[in-house]
Design a protein around this ligand. Structure first.
Ligand code: FE2
Length: 289
């Protein structure tokens, strides 16, 4: 279902502060991926802690999946562009994530889960974003929801840009998930060649664009495929204008910074070293999930 969008033009676009290539790595039981948002960018892109991009048609790159592992203190948002992955967790949730679907999991005080591919061949492509929780919410009860592709709000602009609103809102279209403390905006954009897309953004919110097909430009700066562009927080800019020099697919992600200390040890993200030690002890003693 696609809603015609009423566009609100941006009068002055943010510019690109820097382009980021990310790091090739592997995680889980050996899933090859590109870590686009790395730990050194957590302060700059607060409240976002990580963005992983995975995409391969070689089963050996993904088949082992992510066997049981814990999380505490933040949210994971998995967007599966192509492929099938089965999620199970210690809160009793189970869901099959596939082609165009999103899984939103709030780990809160603790979840132990597994994410295992349900295919032995073909393309598996998608993203996992980590969104931090405010200190007052880090120990909340876990929460989980799956959205199939056809349950996600979708719209189309007059220029033919297809917009999927995973979180936040865009030109009046409210997304699947909203969070009052971090106000995340998470858009997947499909832009035809020559199209322009305007998105309003509060100046204090941290924002970035990740191009996963084709190429776009922001304020005249080209952003090639497989690059993240960190958007400058300019007080006079009222949003971002994305122009597609060729057909492109892009994630646009923004949120309100928490401005709290970040203490991370692997899958635990808290505010202090003491809280990390507590998380490790709780996991070891079976009190986490
Ligand atoms: Fe996980």
């Amino acid at each position: 279902m696609s809603t015609p969008l009423t566009e609100s033009p941006v009068s002055r676009s943010r510019t690109v502060e820097r382009l980021v290539l990310g790091q090739a790595t592997s995680d889980g039981a050996g899933v090859r991926l590109r870590r686009v948002l790395t730990p050194d960018l957590q302060q700059r892109l607060d409240p976002f802690l990580m963005l992983d991009a995975f995409g391969s048609d070689r089963p050996e790159d993904y088949i082992a999946g992510f066997p049981e592992h814990p999380h505490r203190g933040f949210e994971t948002v998995t967007y599966m562009v192509a492929g099938r992955m089965l999620h199970r967790d210690s809160a009793g949730h189970e869901g099959l994530l596939q082609n165009g679907g999103v899984q939103w999991m709030t780990a809160g005080r603790g979840v132990i889960h597994s994410e295992i591919p349900q295919q032995e061949e073909g393309l598996m492509e998608g993203f996992q974003l980590w969104l931090n929780l405010h200190s007052s919410e880090k120990m909340m009860a876990p929460w989980y929801r799956d959205f199939a592709a056809d349950e996600l709000p979708r719209g189309q602009t007059a220029q033919g840009v297809k917009v999927t609103v995973i979180a936040g809102s865009s030109q009046g279209l409210l997304g699947a998930v909203s969070r009052p403390l971090t106000e995340p905006l998470y858009l997947d954009l499909q832009l035809p060649a020559g199209a322009r897309f305007d998105q309003a953004l509060p100046a204090a919110h941290n924002a970035f664009v990740y191009v996963y097909r084709g190429e776009v430009a922001v304020a005249g700066r080209p952003i090639p495929a497989q690059r993240m562009a960190i958007l400058a927080n300019e007080p006079t800019a009222d949003g971002v204008v994305i122009e597609a020099s060729q057909e492109a697919r892009v994630l646009l992600i923004a949120g309100r910074p928490l401005r709290e200390p970040i203490a991370q040890y692997g899958p635990f993200v808290m505010n202090s070293r003491e809280e990390i030690l507590q998380a490790m002890a709780d996991f070891r003693d079976g009190r986490l999930g």
